[in-house]
Design a protein around this ligand. Structure first.
Ligand SMILES: C[S@@+](CC[C@H](N)C(=O)[O-])C[C@H]1O[C@@H](n2cnc3c(N)ncnc32)[C@H](O)[C@@H]1O
Length: 260
């Protein structure tokens, strides 16, 4: 474990297939974006999802992570997996749905497949004939009775007046992707937008709750959790992210120094 010097943050530089360091039943929500099978090489020999790993083997290893997440979650906890379909030799693999099935196999209840609409997505990012403007947020719960702060996020915006009049949360969320949002050092090519993670943190937890990310990367979940007064535990294999995370979270410290 590394204490990066930020109150409320613990990072483990090891595989999230084994999270014995975290007490069972202590985490309120798991918020993550895993490797999208073989889409990107994150440069660690033990990483999940590489070019020569079969799709089944990838899911076997991911299932071990989902099982650990299940154990560390509180009974009223939830798990949110931001992930997309991937092209495999000209065929679309329904990766988010297969992740949902494997998570259900370890005991999770599937609550929804939220569509994250990316209005700023451009052509050419993946080998598709149509421009892919959405990803998925797989929304799961440990039990049927779970914490969901629906009132914190019920404003769906002007484009959906029927829903917003009733103050109900819809399952299509619009969050534009900002380029270079991981800071100057863009080792990480797949950070998700902070607005999306802020929304999930507020929905799934209260202040002082603990949020866990088993694939921490450049630390977007940590940034959002700490900024919103939650504690955060992260697992990440690639220690090269350490400086990036420290850099991002220092912004937060600067911000809080100027706010008070
Ligand atoms: C899609 S990225 C996460 C991006 C992150 N949400 C962010 O904001 O930067 C997936 C991450 O999982 C890490 N990873 C791959 N296999 C892992 C494993 N077995 N245990 C922990 N981390 C792993 C990779 O190094 C990569 O940083």
């Amino acid at each position: 474990m590394t204490d990066l010097g930020f109150e409320g943050l613990n990072v483990h530089w090891s595989t999230s297939e084994d999270m014995h360091e975290v007490e069972d039943g202590s985490v309120q929500s798991v918020i993550t974006s895993p490797p999208y099978w073989d889409l990107k090489d994150y440069g660690h020999e033990n990483q999940i999802g590489t070019a020569d790993e079969s799709y089944e083997h990838y899911h076997d290893r991911m299932e071990a992570v989902w099982s650990e997440c299940y154990d560390v979650l509180k009974d009223n906890g939830t798990m949110w997996v931001v992930v997309d379909t991937v092209m495999d030799n000209g065929d679309l693999q329904l990766l988010p749905y297969h992740i949902a099935e494997r998570a259900e196999d370890v005991g999770f209840h599937l609550q929804d497949m939220v569509a994250w609409y990316k209005p700023t997505a451009i052509a050419g990012m993946t080998a598709r004939n149509v421009v892919n403007k959405k990803e998925y947020v797989v929304f799961l719960s440990k039990s049927k009775d779970f914490k969901l702060n629906i009132d914190s996020e019920s404003n769906n915006g002007l484009e959906d007046p029927a829903i917003s009049e009733e103050r109900l949360l819809g399952n299509i969320w619009r969050h534009p992707v900002k380029r270079g949002s991981a800071g100057k050092n863009v080792l990480h090519k797949a950070p998700y937008p902070i607005s999306l993670i802020d929304r999930i943190v507020r929905l799934s937890s209260d202040e002082k709750d603990t949020v866990l990310d088993p694939f921490l990367g450049s630390g977007t979940t940590a940034y959002s959790a700490l900024n919103l007064g939650r504690a955060c535990i992260g697992y990440e294999l690639n220690k090269e992210f350490e400086d990036i995370i420290i850099d991002r979270l220092s912004d937060l410290q600067q911000k809080s120094l100027t706010e008070f």
